[in-house]
Design a protein around this ligand. Structure first.
Ligand code: WQD
Length: 338
């Protein structure tokens, strides 16, 4: 069975390709390599021994999307990762984000709604909740006004899919709201490859530990939390990838209870920034050079998932501990730099 993975050379996409191949699916990747490299295919092959089909083009080119589906009319499912995802960049360049993240989604859905049946997994984000009123966060928590154009494209993307599914019984879709993806494949053959200065915490920690960055800045220790630093739900990227496969299987096996569903994908446990640093120091044996600085604009105090819906309906639960996830991130950083 052939599955399309858009953005399949990216961090979460490549790990999902591996898990799809492990389950016996044939995978086709579309990626424009704007934030990834074809070298990632070698890593995927090293892990699974199987080569995905790879087509390099930009999903903003509507005619190419149409032509792709005319050639690959045996695609049974689509997992859609391809999107711009840097919060800060989205504030500086909103139109890039609205065009890239939304027009590509529309063009994909226009092709899928022409098929007799289609199964679609959408990469969404816990960012749609903003600072939730209650913790842990359930899927029923209200979607808050987006803190950034990036977050807004996830909210609008979910609404586009929801409204399309409402009038297209042949289209079955699931939106997965990720919490904070971290770590790397245990083989260290694939992992996160941030371009330039990392915006996210874990790659900045591992790059500081390996000597690429001078010092980690901890953005604020005056939040109302146990140690004053922000709380997040850090989920191993392989656990996250596996959630995509079980979500797709739910649709392929018609176990879905409606043709548009939403699931939180996290560990259900929150960790403060200082707890992450302590965990990293323990698993790496390295003393991390960091300093407390002012808060970062737009950061929320705390977010961690209520994962009972995914546990019960998908039969999925994150397996990796924070220590193990950080250990895999460190192993990958050492592999990439050496
Ligand atoms: C985590 C915590 C920072 C860097 C974002 C997006 C989300 C998803 C994941 C795309 C926060 C602190 C960070 C640093 C720090 N992106 N921090 N020093 O902001 O929770 O989520 O990335 O899918 O949609 O919103 O992740 O890793 O940037 O920050 O102190 O150098 O680490 O303040 O508390 P975030 P993050």
């Amino acid at each position: 069975m052939k599955i399309l993975v858009t953005g399949g050379l990216g961090f979460i996409g490549s790990h999902t390709v591996v898990e799809l191949q492990n389950k016996g699916y044939d995978v086709v990747i579309i990626d424009n390599c704007s934030n990834s490299s074809p070298e990632v295919i070698k890593g995927i092959i090293s892990v699974t021994g199987k080569s995905p089909i790879f087509e390099k083009f930009d999903l903003r080119e509507k005619e190419k999307v149409k032509e792709f589906f005319s050639r690959h009319n045996d695609i049974e499912g689509v997992i859609h990762f391809a999107a711009s995802k840097a919060v800060g960049e989205s504030v500086e360049n909103p139109l890039l984000y609205y065009e890239n993240n939304l027009s590509t989604l529309v063009y994909l859905l226009q092709e899928l709604t022409n098929k007799a049946s289609s199964h679609f997994i959408f990469s969404s984000s816990c960012t749609v909740y903003g600072q939730a009123d209650e913790l842990p966060i359930t899927e029923d928590a209200p979607v808050k006004e987006a803190e950034s154009p990036y977050g807004n494209t996830k909210q609008i993307g979910e609404e586009i899919i929801r409204d399309t599914c409402r009038v297209t019984p042949s289209l079955k879709a699931i939106a997965l709201r990720y919490f904070n993806p971290i770590g790397a494949h245990p083989t260290a053959e694939i992992g996160e490859l941030p371009i330039g200065v990392p915006q996210n915490l874990i790659p900045f920690i591992t790059q500081t530990a390996i000597g690429l960055r001078e010092q980690l800045s901890v953005f604020g220790d005056d939040y109302p939390t146990s140690d004053g630093t922000c709380i997040r739900d850090y989920i191993h990227v392989v656990d996250l990838a596996k959630a995509h496969v079980v979500a797709l299987q739910r649709l392929l096996e018609s176990k879905n209870t409606s043709n548009y569903e939403v699931f939180n994908v996290g560990t259900g446990t929150g960790s403060t920034v200082l707890e992450v640093i302590q965990s990293f120091e323990k698993v790496s044996g390295k003393k991390l050079n960091y300093k407390i600085v002012d808060r970062r604009e737009g950061d929320i105090t705390a977010a961690y998932a209520d994962t009972s819906k995914a546990n019960n309906d998908l039969g999925w639960k994150a397996q990796s501990s924070l220590d193990n996830s950080l250990s895999s991130a460190w192993k990958w950083e050492q592999k990439v730099r050496n």
